[in-house]
Write a protein that binds this ligand. Structure first.
Ligand SMILES: Cc1cc2nc3c(=O)[nH]c(=O)nc-3n(C[C@H](O)[C@H](O)[C@H](O)COP(=O)(O)O)c2cc1C
Length: 185
């Protein structure tokens, strides 16, 4: 299908060990006909590279507010202005805190505050972090602000133990994204 026919998605990827799963998500979304613009946090780039996402999406990747040229910055402001959905997957505890506080201290949080489209957040973290009251308070704040959540799943975690905190499965993420975009039509 022609890329972009089904809408434009800005995909934010943060510094979780699950960041590698966002590469497959981006690829699947492109194959479904969405135009994908990726924003990587600094921490995400310890796990995945901009080149991976540039290759998989066919679009430039926003990594930093300051080091990129004006042209790319303007391009991404234009991208979020015309986006149909902003998805953050995986979303770290740190991202949830900064988003809940309304900070705009990096490319992703700045993009988030500029977004007028629906926002879907898929957290991924250690089970103790996910159950932490401060994290849950931040989730509640973001839900109150109208953000949709694809809650983490129970299962094997990278630290070598089981619990709730795994990034939602790819088919679950794809179904929620399709549903969110179907509502806009
Ligand atoms: C190996 C490793 C794995 C990590 N995985 C996670 C994770 O799954 N979830 C999470 O919330 N933080 C995780 N962190 C911590 C974040 O990378 C850290 O809080 C960082 O500041 C997040 O920045 P960002 O939200 O800007 O991407 C991990 C850190 C390391 C070193």
């Amino acid at each position: 299908m022609e890329a972009g026919r089904r809408g434009r998605i800005v995909l934010g990827v943060t510094g979780s060990i699950a960041a590698y799963k966002a590469a497959e998500l981006a690829s699947q979304l492109r194959q479904r006909g969405y135009d994908i613009r990726v924003v990587l946090t600094k921490a995400a780039q310890h796990f995945v590279t901009p080149l991976t996402f540039r290759t998989l999406t066919g679009n430039p990747v926003l990594t930093d507010l300051w080091s990129e040229g004006e042209e790319q910055k303007a391009e991404h402001i234009a991208a979020i202005e015309s986006a149909n959905l902003l998805v953050v997957a995986p979303a770290t505890a740190d991202f949830l805190a900064r988003a809940a506080a309304g900070l705009a201290d990096d490319a992703l949080t700045t993009t988030l505050l500029a977004a007028t489209c629906p926002v879907l957040v898929a957290p991924a973290m250690n089970h103790r972090m996910w159950k932490n009251r401060i994290v849950q308070r931040n989730v509640a704040t973001l839900r109150d602000a109208g953000f949709g959540f694809v809650d983490p799943e129970e299962g094997w975690l990278a630290e070598g133990e089981s619990g709730i905190g795994r990034l939602a499965a790819l088919d679950v993420l794809l179904a929620r994204i399709d549903a969110a975009l179907a509502r806009k039509r």
